[in-house]
Design a protein around this ligand. Structure first.
Ligand SMILES: [Zn+2]
Length: 372
């Protein structure tokens, strides 16, 4: 295990932060996996999974079981991790700009295509090699002067040429679920099974360029732009894993999740040895555009009427939103048939708060599909 630190530009005279990286195996020795935790800095279940992964990966490395390289970033957002306002940690948005830390990553599809177009040929491996080199080249040429842009750029440089990218997040309160690219589902399904994910949300363009999609979409975007005579593999298997809710920081969960991720790396030929568990059948995937949020029309006290993970029918009562002054109770109804998989953790909310998400089968929404 090698511990590296990437310096970020100083945000103020006399101070600067570092992005810590753990590397297992040898660079270029075989397939590469990139795993990061807590890009939304206050989403901590992934940080605990990274803690367990670090020990397991170090052991596997000593046993000579690493066939490739694993980069583990256990705290992917040092800027957000230092944001505390009046005693509350705020890790989703950058306080200086208001930007979401997991949006506006680099959309390199057209730049990379312009660079490689005249060199593509009939061999998929050669095309993969060319495109990877162009991705690295584009990212090396980019510069960033402020800390937030530099953090995004450094994370992309570490991840964008990996075969597997796992971005560990969580929702406010949720059952385990994942986001990934629609074309990747067949290869991601075993991960959903290993993690016992209850919901898998698929999209090719979620809007706003989240990290996993910035890494993986280049491949299907380029494949769609060139003819069949130029085979382009889906060479980056990128997944956002939502490790339940903010408070689900427990050794029991994290140990199991780490074992599932290691098993997935075994399936990808990055780690040797047999799987430590049998793979459960994956949940049925649903479109991200079918995930319908329920928003509070007024301020109020929130009481959930159904449990997370339950299947609900459109029109069934999901939430009581109570005005404590008038005593009026508004019943908010399930917007579609589907799985009630995530919800807000605050129990008194201002108007406009997204309270819950139901994963339906039909793609009903368009435009940017991710929450703010
Ligand atoms: Zn997140």
């Amino acid at each position: 295990m090698e511990l590296l630190s990437i310096p970020l530009p100083s945000p103020a005279a006399g101070t600067n932060r570092m992005l810590p990286i753990l590397r297992f195996g040898k660079e270029g020795a075989g397939p590469k996996a990139y795993i990061q935790a807590s890009l939304h800095a206050d989403e901590l279940p992934g940080m605990l999974v990274a803690h367990h992964l670090r020990n397991q990966l170090a052991e596997l490395e000593q046993q000579g079981q690493l066939l490739g390289e694993v980069i583990l970033v256990p705290a992917a957002n040092p800027i957000g991790l230092a944001q505390t306002v009046l005693g509350t940690s705020l890790g989703r948005f950058d306080l200086r700009t208001g930007q979401n830390f997991n949006r506006q990553f680099h959309n390199l599809s057209s730049t990379v295509l312009a660079r490689v177009k005249s060199q593509l040929g009939s061999d998929s491996h050669t095309n993969q090699h060319l495109i990877r080199a162009a991705i690295r080249g584009c990212l090396m040429e980019q510069t960033a002067t402020d800390e937030l842009s530099a953090q995004r750029l450094e994370l992309m440089r570490l991840a964008a040429d990996a075969d597997v990218v796992l971005d560990l997040h969580c929702d406010c309160e949720a059952v385990l679920h994942i986001y990934t690219g629609t074309p990747l589902w067949e290869r991601v399904a075993p991960l959903a099974g290993l993690l016992d994910a209850r919901v898998a949300l698929l999209e090719t363009n979620s809007g706003d360029d989240p990290f996993d999609e910035a890494c993986s979409r280049i491949w299907w975007d380029i494949a769609a732009q060139v003819g069949n005579e130029f085979p382009i593999p889906l060479a980056c298997l990128a997944v956002t894993v939502e490790l339940r809710g903010l408070a689900d920081v427990r050794h029991g969960y994290a140990e199991r999740d780490a074992i599932a991720l290691i098993d997935f790396l075994r399936l990808q030929g990055i780690i040797a040895g047999p799987l430590s568990q049998t793979i459960l059948a994956a949940c049925e995937p649903t479109p991200l555009a079918g995930c319908v949020p329920l928003t509070a029309p007024t301020a109020g006290l929130v009481v959930y009427l159904r449990e997370l993970g339950e299947t609900v029918k459109a029109g069934e009562p999901l939430i009581d939103l109570i005005d404590p002054v008038s005593g009026k109770v508004q019943q908010l109804l399930a917007p579609v048939d589907g799985i009630f998989f995530a919800r807000e953790n605050r129990r008194y909310v201002p108007p406009g708060t997204r309270l819950s998400k139901v994963a339906g089968r039909e793609a009903l929404r368009n435009g940017p599909l991710l929450s703010a």
